[in-house]
Design a protein around this ligand. Sequence first.
Ligand SMILES: [Zn+2]
Length: 342
Amino acid sequence: MRTALVYSEKYLEHNPGLGHPERPERLKAIVNGLKRFNLWQTPEIGVIEPRPAKPEDIKLVHDPEYVSLVEKMSAMERPIDGDTPTKKNTFELALLAAGGAIDAGTIVMSGRVKNAFALVRPPGHHAGRSRGGGFCYFNNVAIMIERLKRDFKLKRFFVLDFDAHHGNGTQEIFYDDPSVLYMSLHQHPLTLYPGTGFPDEIGEGKGRGLKVNVPMPPGSGDAEYWGAMREIFIPLCEKFKPEFFAVSAGFDAHFDDPLTGLHLSTQAYGWLSSTVIDQAEKWCKGRVVFLLEGGYDLEALASGAVYVVRAMQGEKFATPEVRNHLKVIDEVKMALSEKWSL
Ligand SMILES: [Zn+2]
């Protein structure tokens, strides 16, 4: 078996309410899309039922007071912020999402599969140490990484976040951590929530130079993204030599997404993923976990996820031609120049 899909029907029970874009139909659309393309439960693709994370696992990342707050707010069905309501089952389902991330990381490290896709809800990349927001309660990718550090003594993680929104929670959690290179491709912060992710946010202390932000002007698409992958992502992999890759896979940079102004094609999710997988093969025996974050057009979500899983199965996709040089790439290289010459 090459690939594990970590999924529970319970993830469909997370329902922030009528009219909320982060709705159960998102994950239903992905599962149906994968089934339609025979990418669900095959000899090469196993579907794994996750276990909930323990509160101790969550506390590897989040302040204990914040963990209790989420539990209390959930019991009272009070919102974490304006975009992030809770129901009675929110706390329990947020633990199951974090547990799905841990199980995905663990099965990859065990060598039973090469790669895994944590098809989890609620998402996590906006959740910081002591606050939630932007549809996120606990930071799934960060909790997975902290667990893997302890269980497998890994020292160099590369997190690529291609959700259209900046993963401000993940960046905050690892801001001074030299073991996590966090790179985000997102719509420019002056034009989209959460308003962070400028090139000069490069980390601090021992983590300085290891937080990499590529803000894309609205209207950017395949050529701009490939420019960033070719000129920044690949050279950084060569220098950092990751032992594990994690991808915060949001599908809201797609041109059909109703919440953002980016223009990625559906195929882009194929070559973005196969570029990461190629680097994972080169540096760490193919070890990569994809984690579902955002994406609000059902068709784009379903077909984007199909491309990711095809890439996880080893399929290669042609990369686009880059005609115009993007100014922001120079800004990012300049911001990082004290640490890396790219
Ligand atoms: Zn997003």
